[in-house]
Design a protein around this ligand. Structure first.
Ligand SMILES: NC(=O)c1ccc[n+]([C@@H]2O[C@H](COP(=O)([O-])OP(=O)(O)OC[C@H]3O[C@@H](n4cnc5c(N)ncnc54)[C@H](OP(=O)(O)O)[C@@H]3O)[C@@H](O)[C@H]2O)c1
Length: 259
């Protein structure tokens, strides 16, 4: 019975960008299902919030553990920082079961205005950061591991002034498929969850006409998704129910994007 009530009991999950919105909901949902959760964040202003999220997790009835790490995942030094912090926390027996690559940024600029700085800002976090962190944590990933990359419906759609963001999410889909082919030998699955619009600071910067058009054409309720709805999809993939699903991109968009 406990297996059903707490399907992620005994599992350790790392959720990047877990200080707010979608990442916060994922961290809480994984913990509700029994996982020990590590949350990463970047901004000093998010520290209090992250501590509150960890306290909320640790106050759940089954008392899961929570741990947080500050790291700018767009930098080359971040993966080592995260790894050493995890080793300092768990010791040399560190083992991880679930990696959720959620942290991401966007820049809203047309082709004529995109600068190298914009390219670096988006790709160094959304693509290079995912590669380097996953690579650093891979030696500690248990068999039957789960790698879940948070993409976007933008990875397969045409949104004006969002080419860098959409291209970075398309790249994540490519990484997902190839890593699934590489890592399946020991039961590890690699999938990408592609949300449609969800209220968040990231969404606040997306042009309103794009978001309104998406809402109007979303079959399920003509509304935004919620962070909790995305978190449920991720948590399902993270558990036993996700064991035979790998290399997939799952549109979590109320039917706006149909793959
Ligand atoms: N919201 C949507 O409509 C939507 C739709 C499709 C896909 N997504 C994807 O879902 C994911 C989460 O989006 P969201 O809307 O929840 O974003 P958000 O509210 O802007 O939160 C972003 C998270 O990423 C962290 N972060 C930002 N830059 C970072 C860096 N350089 N290094 C490490 N962490 C960093 C932030 O940490 P701090 O709090 O410390 O700044 C925060 O925890 C992203 O990959 C996004 O592309 C979102």
């Amino acid at each position: 019975m406990a297996d059903y009530a707490l399907p992620l009991s005994g599992k350790v999950a790392v959720v990047t960008g877990g200080s707010r919105s979608i990442g916060e909901a994922i961290a809480i949902e994984l913990a509700k299902r029994g996982a020990t959760v590590v949350i990463t964040y970047v901004s000093a202003k998010s520290e209090t919030r992250v501590k509150d999220i960890c306290a909320k997790i640790e106050a759940l009835p089954h008392k899961p553990s929570a741990y947080f790490i500050q790291a700018d995942l767009s930098t080359l030094s971040a993966p080592e920082k995260v790894k050493s912090s995890l080793l300092a926390w768990r010791g040399k027996d560190l083992s991880i079961d679930i990696i959720v690559n959620n942290a991401g940024v966007e820049r809203v600029k047309g082709l004529g205005e995109i600068s190298l700085d914009d390219y670096d800002a988006v790709f160094n976090l959304n693509v290079r950061g995912v590669i380097l962190l996953t690579q650093a944590l891979l030696p500690y990933l248990n068999k039957n591991g789960r790698i879940i990359n948070i993409g976007s419906v933008g990875g397969r759609s045409a949104f004006k002034d969002l080419s860098l963001y959409c291209a970075s999410k398309a790249a994540l889909e490519g990484l997902t498929r190839s890593w699934a082919a590489e890592l399946g030998g020991n039961g590890t699955t690699v999938n990408c969850v592609a949300p449609g619009p969800v209220a968040s600071e990231l969404l606040d910067n997306i042009p309103k006409d794009i978001v309104e058009r998406q809402k109007a054409t979303t079959p399920l309720g003509n509304r935004l998704g919620t962070a909790e709805e995305i978190a449920s999809v991720v948590a399902g993939l993270a558990g036993k129910d996700g064991a035979w699903i790998t290399g997939q991109v799952i549109s979590a968009s109320g039917g706006w994007a149909v793959y």
